[in-house]
Design a protein around this ligand. Structure first.
Ligand SMILES: [Zn+2]
Length: 233
């Protein structure tokens, strides 16, 4: 009897997790998205943008209700694997997978909702850490005149002026998510923002677009730091 009870205990809790009524099961799509997210994450680690356990990555797998595939917290990004991703709802409840989402999961939800992003990528590069500190008093960084700006969705000319807001960092994710939502409402058309001495958040309609935005913004921030912008701020 005891053995039977034990045998039943696990499937019951697992079933309870999987039987959330509004969740549509899309297993092949979820696993494919996790493969792509893991590959992108390993690539970012190789570039030095998400060293140690820093950074987190997500992609929308369902819009209504909102469901995200997102990195589990505390993972070394150098060998990120598809099995290390979770499916979560917009309150960061885990619906699938092992582990728990990053504390910053609520920021991913705010961005997925605020700009209808299909993917949200967050890096902690040296360049974003330096610039978001040196330019914090200005509230953001203007990127203008660079050919690489054309890699941002909708940008057609190097004369485009891209504003990269800097938000004060916080460990209170509910409060920070509200400030992120406010920034997205007040600065329509931005492609990303920085958290002060913390890192970059950017996004895209899909994962490839979001990845491209990381590459473009990280490139431009590196250019600014290497050309002395941090000293002259
Ligand atoms: Zn972070």
């Amino acid at each position: 009897m005891l053995a039977m009870k034990n045998r039943m205990a696990k499937p019951q809790s697992r079933y309870a997790r999987q039987s959330v009524p509004s969740v549509k099961r899309k297993t092949p799509k979820f696993s494919k998205i996790c493969e792509s997210l893991a590959e992108i994450g390993r690539g970012f680690h190789a570039r030095g943008w998400v060293l140690g356990t820093s950074g987190n990555f997500s992609a929308v797998i369902s819009r209504e209700p909102l469901r995200l595939a997102i990195t589990s917290t505390g993972l070394d990004k150098c060998n990120l694997a598809p099995a290390q991703f979770l499916e979560m709802d917009e309150a960061a409840n885990v619906l699938r997978g092992n582990g728990r989402p990053s504390a910053e999961a609520l920021l991913h939800v705010a961005i997925a909702r605020g700009v209808e992003a299909g993917a949200v990528l967050h890096t902690h590069s040296v360049w974003s850490t330096v610039l978001s500190g040196s330019h914090a008093s200005q509230g953001g960084i203007a990127l203008e005149g660079y050919e690489m700006l054309k890699g941002l969705e909708g940008v057609r000319t190097h004369k485009h002026r891209e504003w990269l807001p800097i938000l004060e960092n916080s460990q209170d994710m509910v409060e920070l998510a509200e400030r992120v939502s406010k920034t997205l409402r007040e600065s329509p058309g931005i492609h990303g923002f920085l958290l002060r001495e913390h890192g970059l958040y950017t996004w895209g309609a899909g994962l490839q677009e979001a990845k491209r935005h990381v590459e473009i913004l990280e490139f431009l921030m590196e250019v600014l730091v290497r050309s002395g912008a941090a000293q002259s701020a």
